[in-house]
Design a protein around this ligand. Structure first.
Ligand code: SAM
Length: 300
């Protein structure tokens, strides 16, 4: 989520040895193009980039039934909607759409995809492989600036989600002391990030992992987000990180707005599990923050 321009997406794809699938979403059309370009330049074919607002990234079965479109698998939710028509990819997806409008009932499968019970899960994988075979490696990623728009994903669809949240960027030099932010604007970033985090929680399957990161030193967008997450979702727990380079998070709380609002941070043990990169430390890094969560059994 919030993947452009794709630095972390491509790093993940390399760690995965370009196997499996990395879905990279960003709400900006042009920035999705940047991801596609970078993936192509690096010869990474396991990355599928989509234009998608993180706040609208969860697709409920009810919503789909309401608009009368039945979905057989995740692919159908991600049609190509911009650019020139008539590519093999697009024809294939349009045909799939027609097939779905047949009144069959949806069934939840193990990995969260929807099926009518007749279509096997591996059929969509076979289709993807066929597309890759026909188009060649990487060609489907970067063909004349075509960006695929996603309509979202079903809950529990992903093994892992990285939410590299848009933030106040107070860790980036030379913005560090630019003085553009106010206390109030900082709290707006925090609200936005919480809403995105809620979507990430819905999208990851039980047993999966969520990583939350920012490039800010503002605890309201870092430790306070972790506090919010742990308090709201009992099935989330902080996980140790490897490699560990940054320092611990901030412990305790902070009074804001003349004591009218208390921002809660972390306990000692929680603080040891997150990584806070302090730009004034000897590590000589930008300001950055990482929290990794294990997702336990959800109570639904
Ligand atoms: C911190 S940058 C991501 C950097 C990227 N992860 C990387 O490593 O290259 C934040 C991104 O969030 C995107 N963004 C902001 N609001 C969004 C939203 N509601 N949904 C999806 N993406 C959003 C911005 O377009 C921007 O590309």
């Amino acid at each position: 989520m919030c993947a452009a321009p794709g630095g972390k997406t491509t790093a993940i794809a390399i760690l995965m040895k370009d196997k499996g699938e990395v879905v990279a979403c960003d709400r900006s059309h042009n920035k999705v193009l940047d991801i596609m370009k970078l993936a192509t330049e690096m010869g990474l074919t396991c990355i599928n980039a989509y234009k998608l607002d993180a706040l609208k990234s969860v697709c409920q079965v009810k919503e789909i039934l309401d608009v009368g479109v039945e979905i057989l698998d995740l692919e159908v939710l991600n049609p190509v909607v911009t650019g020139t028509v008539g590519s093999p990819n697009e024809e294939m997806k349009n045909n799939d759409m027609t097939k779905c409008r047949n009144g069959t009932k949806l069934m939840q499968t193990e990995n969260g995809r929807k099926t009518d019970g007749k279509m096997q899960l591996n059929q969509s994988e076979d289709r993807l492989k066929a597309v890759h075979k026909r188009n060649g490696p990487g060609r489907n990623h970067c063909m004349g600036g075509r960006v695929r728009t996603s309509k979202g994903y079903f809950p529990n669809s992903f093994d892992r989600v990285l939410l590299d949240a848009p933030c106040s960027a107070l860790g980036l030099r030379p913005r560090l002391f630019a003085g553009e932010e106010t206390l109030m604007s900082l709290t707006h970033h925090a609200k936005y990030q919480r809403r995105m985090f809620d979507r990430a929680v819905q999208l990851v399957r039980p047993g999966g992992v969520i990583v939350y990161s920012t490039c800010t030193i503002n605890p309201g967008e870092n430790e306070a987000l972790v506090r919010y997450a742990l308090d709201k979702y009992e099935f989330l727990s902080l996980a140790a990180q490897d490699p560990r380079i940054g320092g611990p998070g901030l412990v305790g709380q902070c009074d804001l707005f003349d004591g009218k609002f208390v921002e809660e941070w972390l306990t000692e043990s929680e603080a040891e599990l997150v990584q806070r990169f302090d730009p004034s430390s000897t590590l000589d890094t930008i300001g950055f923050f990482i929290a990794k969560f294990n997702v336990g059994q959800k109570e639904i």
